[in-house]
Design a protein around this ligand. Structure first.
Ligand code: ATP
Length: 253
């Protein structure tokens, strides 16, 4: 199967700092790929180049068989690259269902007017999505009053409503309790598999990364120092050195 996303020799420098240095990887439909690395490794810079927010200095980004390097964020989004941010992007005064309806309306290219009959649009599809993320029973509640973990599930429904082929998730579980983190990523993995969405996510919680990624990329000072399945990456001496300090590289052997 050809990958949904293919990144070739991507590079970006800020002054003398090589924030992303000759990075190549790919993600297939239905798979979760984790992008990890210590602070300043280049994860955000990489994401910003993938969705068109930041121009790259070098390299190529191929999405769904087309080169998207140099496209604007809106154009990249229109092609089917969704992104969720660390801060939830739902509308607090609107209900859970309305937030999902709004995403469906926007995806369909329809206009959302305050006085239109927006409340009647895409209800069944919105409810199906809310059911899938376990939020149908709270459909009428305003997003502003939800518990944080519930809000994250609504955000996932909103992201899926845009029908992305690739979903970029920027620390999706930040601010959540450990058990909720695992549950949210399990749900994400289930939805990604079912709908054939490729997911690339950054994450600081290693339990989440090891439990719910099909493969892991490790960045350090802009360079990709390891890539592979959880068990390979976990035992990689270079990765252990970055995460645990140089003493740990020999500790496990
Ligand atoms: N706009 C910018 N101007 C100058 N330097 C930048 C800019 N953005 C990022 N950098 C530098 O590029 C490097 C990579 O930063 P980046 O934010 O991509 O790392 P990160 O892996 O996302 O880190 P964190 O986990 O802390 O979010 C760092 O050295 C950072 O200081």
């Amino acid at each position: 199967m050809s990958p949904v996303l293919e990144v070739r020799n991507l590079g970006k420098s800020f002054g003398g700092v090589r924030a992303v240095d000759d990075v190549s990887f790919s993600v297939e439909a239905g798979k979760l790929l984790a992008l990890i690395g210590p602070n300043g490794a280049g994860k955000t810079t990489c994401f910003n180049m993938l969705n068109g927010q930041l121009p790259s200095d070098r390299g190529e980004v191929i999405f769904d068989g087309k080169t998207i390097t140099g496209l604007k964020p809106r154009e990249v989004w229109r092609l089917g690259v969704g992104r969720t941010f660390q801060i939830t992007a739902t509308f607090a005064s609107m209900s859970v269902r309305e937030n999902v309806q709004m995403a469906l309306i926007s995806h369909a290219g329809e206009t959302w007017t305050l006085f239109g009959r927006a409340k009647d649009r895409h209800v069944a599809e919105a409810d199906a999505l809310l059911s899938q993320v376990g939020m149908l029973d709270q459909a009428e509640r305003a997003c502003g009053v939800l518990a944080y973990g519930d809000l994250k599930r609504v955000e996932l429904a909103v992201a899926i409503a845009n029908k992305p082929k690739l979903l970029l998730m920027d620390e999706p579980t930040a601010g959540m309790a450990p058990r909720e983190r695992i549950a949210l990523m399990a749900l994400t993995a289930e939805i990604a598999r079912e709908r054939g969405i490729a997911v690339l996510f950054t994450e600081h919680d290693m339990d989440v990364v090891f439990a719910h990624s099909d493969a892991i990329l490790v960045l350090d000072r802009g360079k990709l120092i390891a890539k592979g399945r959880a068990e390979e990456v976990r035992n990689d001496p270079a990765v252990r050195a970055v995460y645990l300090g140089s003493g740990a590289t020999s500790g496990g052997h």
